[in-house]
Design a protein around this ligand. Structure first.
Ligand SMILES: [Zn+2]
Length: 389
């Protein structure tokens, strides 16, 4: 099936906006809002606190019934330091591939949704579709939360959500969650020859990090396990550590950042609680004995809930029917799906492109993936026209 040129055109337009998460996405959203308005569709923007970014929500079809939401994030990861062979913000086609930042993750899904919107609107619609496009997904699913809060409080909200993150159009019903923290260890500074009156923040941090490693090994060796996820267990990882100023000073401060990427059914707060208990029982007492004002402070960085939608849930059955697949998959990367689910909107992840190309230089999407996405949406349109969902 040839790819519709309207989709390609729209993907090119969207990639042309540099919506790296640190930038505003308002120009892109204004373009999308204007495009929808020309089709007679009103859209609403849910801004961030600073008013510099927004989520966009629009309903295509009747507004008095739930319908299905098609969701995607508009931000992209930075290209800084990556070796690109083409301009990342200008789509270049080569051998059936479209290269550009966000082609795979995930402006192609949004582009196809928008490009096919006129086709959808041309017939009588019984079951509505909603576009739910977010900001700041790549920095911890930050943006979509205000949109979900807004929707969750409404009498009529989508009955389910399809998140178009790249899964090569496989139906993903479960993924890991992530809980990450920054930890500040407050020690007590002293000349290193008088280390008995100081409290060494770097050493205390090292003991905590070593305990995280013990937790990581335990999960690796003893589970729990879910063989459909890679790796099939909860992972624990320390990513950064900074502390101390000079060798002859007992360091006063040390900061480290760590994360749990947990199985959907593992409770990350239990994991965090285990670390905090270990610190309180085995690390802080010695610190406090030397200097009472020392200790550990925890600052949450992000929490992306895991996703675990039942195999027999309506949205899973629908997505399987639309893709013609008999099976579902699980993935290890986090998405906004778990947040929608927690907001009372069951979700699956199903979108064009492969996660293998996401976040990399020379990110691309194959034309064939775009065609598959179009076919998927057209089948969904049929059901919405007929009211069979
Ligand atoms: Zn993404």
């Amino acid at each position: 099936m040839p790819t519709d040129s309207k989709s390609i055109h729209m993907i090119k337009r969207l990639v042309g906006f540099d919506t790296t998460s640190r930038n505003s996405n308002l120009e892109l959203m204004e373009f999308v809002g204007g495009y929808l308005k020309d089709l007679g569709v009103e859209s609403e923007l849910v801004h961030n606190e600073e008013g510099t970014k927004a989520n966009l929500y629009a309903t295509l079809g009747p507004t008095d019934r739930p319908g299905i939401a098609l969701s995607g994030h508009t931000d992209v990861v930075p290209v800084d330091g990556q070796d690109w062979h083409t301009d990342p913000f200008q789509v270049v086609e080569n051998h059936g591939r479209l290269y550009g930042r966000g082609t795979c993750d995930m402006k192609s899904f949004i582009g196809v949704c928008l490009a096919l919107a006129p086709e959808f609107l041309a017939r009588d619609i019984v079951t509505p579709l909603h576009f739910a496009f977010s900001h700041d997904e790549e920095i911890g699913c930050v943006g979509v939360r205000s949109l979900i809060d807004t929707l969750a409080g409404r009498p009529i909200k989508p009955s389910a959500v399809i998140i178009g993150e790249p899964t090569e159009m496989k139906v993903v019903r479960a993924h890991k969650g992530k809980l990450s923290y920054r930890c500040h260890v407050r020690g007590f500074e002293a000349h290193s020859s008088l280390s008995h009156i100081g409290v060494n923040a770097v050493e205390a941090a090292a003991e905590a990090v070593a305990y995280l490693k013990i937790m990581a090994r335990r999960h690796r060796d003893q589970g729990p396990f879910d063989p459909e996820l890679v790796p099939p267990y909860t992972t624990v990882h320390t990513g950064t550590i900074h502390g101390g100023t000079a060798l002859n000073i007992v360091p006063r401060d040390c900061h480290f950042e760590f994360e749990f990427r947990h199985l959907p059914d593992d409770d990350p707060d239990v994991l965090l609680g285990e670390l905090r208990r270990h610190i309180a029982e085995h690390i802080e007492p010695e610190m406090h004995a030397a200097q009472p004002a020392t200790g550990f402070d925890f600052e949450p960085l992000s929490h992306i809930p895991g996703l675990s939608t039942d195999e027999d849930a309506d949205i899973v059955q629908l997505a399987k029917a639309l893709t013609g697949q008999n099976s579902t998959a699980k993935v290890s990367f986090g998405t906004e799906a778990g947040l929608f689910h927690d907001g009372g909107m069951p979700a699956v992840v199903c979108g064009p492109g492969s996660i293998d190309q996401a976040h990399k230089p020379d990110e691309f999407i194959a034309r064939e993936q775009i065609s598959q996405c179009e076919a998927f949406l057209r089948k969904l349109f049929e059901r919405c026209w007929q009211g069979t969902i």
